[in-house]
Design a protein around this ligand. Sequence first.
Ligand code: ATP
Ligand code: MG
Length: 471
Amino acid sequence: MNGLSYLALLDGGGRSPPLSICGLLLYQNPILPSVTFLVLRTHYSGDILPEMDGSEVTLAGWAHEVRDLGGICFLVLRDREGFAQVTLVAKKVDKDLLERVRRLSRESVLLVRGRVKGEPKAPRGYEIIPSEIDLLNEAESPLPMDPTGKVGADLDTRLDSRFIDLRRPPVLAVFRIESEVLRSFREFFSENGFIEVCTPKVVATATEGGTALFPITYFEREAFLNQSPQLYKQMLMSAGLDRVFEIGPIFRAEEHDTRRHLNEAISIDVEVSFADEEDVMALLERAMAKAYTDVADRCQKDLSALGVDLAAPKTPFKRVTYTEALKIANEGRENEIEWGDDLDTEAERAIGSAIGEHYFMTEWPTTIKPYYTQPYEDRPEISRGFDLMHPTMELASGAQRVHDPALLVEKIRRQGLDPEGFEFYLRAFRFGMPPHAGWGLGLGRVVLTMLGLENIRDAVLFPRDRRRLVP
Ligand code: ATP
Ligand code: MG
């Protein structure tokens, strides 16, 4: 079989004979006869080095560009890992093959078999001299957008044709980096004794009052999409899971139109027993610093595609109290924010540019933090809640939580909510709830701020906002 190595093949011994479909060899899996595996590529474009001169390879990908100079024709094949130049010299190559390449529509899917030839003038120092090119699927033309990025497209056009937009290396780079961020966080949690959990996304009650919920029909009842895993991760502290994390969607029915809000977001949530807010702030800054370091160490190619020079933030992050931050925000501001009011975007920006790096905002007024936030015992008007801030926006909110059931009921009431709706949650506090603390960190905002992107929509594959429900 031309010395090809095969992807996803089972042990050779029991193979049934190959089938040929569209010029491809297929093997039927003898254990699961209905599953067939494509006998495809030997390498990604990025695996090939000029030193492999003379080796036979099979690449699979998209016809990025065909440049026909008459005597010589260049086909640029693109796959996930980059580009490969396929060179067809008119005098040397089979006429029929050359004609087929000349007629190729851009973005058609191809399988190219050929020989590597070291070529200093080619983009990666090599070219492929093809022996066979199979057209696996022809792309229609014209294309809905230009996948080379030479013709600019606005964000809406790009999101409408996201499958093509993602074919551009800098766009894909964002999601490879996001994948590394997720891997890094999971590794951090695993190294620190956390259990990964999955809590329900279809729920009967709001987490924090009924305003920002998406109602859904659940058989004959009304239900909602979960705003956050808050109540469930806290119940798991009563259950004795001690340290949990969840990476999952949260839904907010807010009519935002900002560059940092979506109606569906991915939250990295953590809850830890026998811990206070300082303990979980320390975890958060370590996890963030590790994510930056891991991306810098492992995603150099993607960072270069984006033109980003990444430096890990210094730990420990600065701690700034709400009261200190308010003073900064009010300097030179006409409509002063009063102590006890929430900080608006303008205030966040002013404080962020004064501080200039990641920081924790601490000692928030009790009244503007959710009911489950523990107040300081000696000054109950101030809470053990905190936000992790990037100079441009909030990244996470966290706190030591209330664990005393009587105080929790009182705080639910004070926030104008009915404790009856929270009975399933409150029960967990009456029968042995340890003190605990935790946080929720928005994945999209981490990637957005890490890479200096314009908009959270650039950091989400298929964003959901008030206007966008497809694709
Ligand atoms: P903001 O004040 O910026 O609207 P929030 O305080 O309402 O955020 P939290 O409930 O504290 O958000 O959620 C924790 C984290 O989840 C936020 O810090 C943010 O990173 C992320 N997050 C929350 N809501 C959204 C959203 N609508 N879009 C994107 N990320 C979000
Ligand atoms: Mg918050």
